[in-house]
Ligand binder design. Sequence first.
Ligand code: PMP
Length: 435
Amino acid sequence: MTHVFHRSARATPPVAVRGEGAYIIDKAGKYYLDGSGGAAVSCLGHSDADVIDAISRQAGDLAFAHTGFFTSEPAERLADRLIEHAPEGLDKVYFVSGGSEAVEAALKMARQYFVETGAPERHRFIARRQSYHGNTLGALGTGGNAWRRAPFQPLMVETSHIAPCYAYRGQEDGEDLVDYGRRMADELEAELQRVGPETVIGFIAEPVVGATMGAVPAVPGYFKRIREICDRYGILLILDEVMCGMGRTGTLFACEQDGVVPDIVTIAKGLGAGYQPIGATLCTAEIHDAFAAGSGFFQHGHTYIGHPIATAAADVVVTKLTDGGLAHRSADMGERLGAALSEAFGQHPSVGDIRGRGMFRGLEIVADRDTKDPFDPSEGIHRRIKAAAFEAGLICYPMGGTIDGSRGDHVLLAPPFILTEDQLGELVDKLDAAL
Ligand code: PMP
């Protein structure tokens, strides 16, 4: 009997009691290899002594000071560190407590920016189908994940959706990848013409699509073209790096590899590495200065923003990712993971595509490799893979609805960057058994 309202209203999961490096251990003493970092959270693994030490020191010095009155040393330090390593042009950091909050702050910041600058007629967003931006109403309103949106329609944030950049299924026979990317980016142009560009606040997208598609990067040139289109019409480019940011794809910010600088970028998950709930919304000086010159006040905020313990922990995380070389390790180990997956599953009858960057990899599960036909959704393939892997002691992140929100299955992998060669082998073996 439990009084916790669990995610599944029908089942109580095992009780997790300890974390050790790449493993989570339950109350019965069973070890689970964390092959997905929960959901791309645990980039440092589960028992990082430096983060634990920073948390206990900060808790002793100062646990909480409301940002309506104070700033704090760890929050200032972390913001400096993030901006030092962020793509040039990003200048300010608005702290929150998680991914949905970071997106919510981004949407409101973008909207209020146009109110501050005298363009309140800009009121809608354009996003992509099969995207996930979080579960709060605004984030859900822009996300393109059909089944998650369904119970809450009509959603309050006016958003229209274009196709994702998804070469495995979208590229036409004989079409060059760059041409495909251009064709997909031009969907934004067409949608702007359809709704009227002067009504649009911004375009929001994940540089590498995570939960809803399984580590699908855009093709070369796609985001550069998207940036050009945003600039042409003065709309903001908002990149959601809640899942793919913080070294997950091998660079601190995923968009570095696409060669674009967004106006706003959201991060969370790997920023706290699971040690404290934290997220952040980074923006350009231009956006921030419009608030300073205008009303002077971003009409947003939560009690725990810029929490001293959370920012102290995240400061150690970001230091380890950058100066400590762990983002590079994500790139290196990620190459090895990609190669091991190709070797193990390149000929697997049910694996249609293997993709991703760094320690962010996805397998698309198909019923037929030649036709790329997915399994019938009633077979619940992703749920069965998740259960079989969990039984074998592997945490991975399978999801359904890969293709159009209702069909198709994939498995997302996002292990800690500290994964050893042996653990990499264990991950692939256990996944093989589950598949
Ligand atoms: N954006 C993206 C891209 C995500 O993957 C997620 C979480 N899966 C969120 C936003 C929401 O983050 P959170 O669950 O921390 O609210």
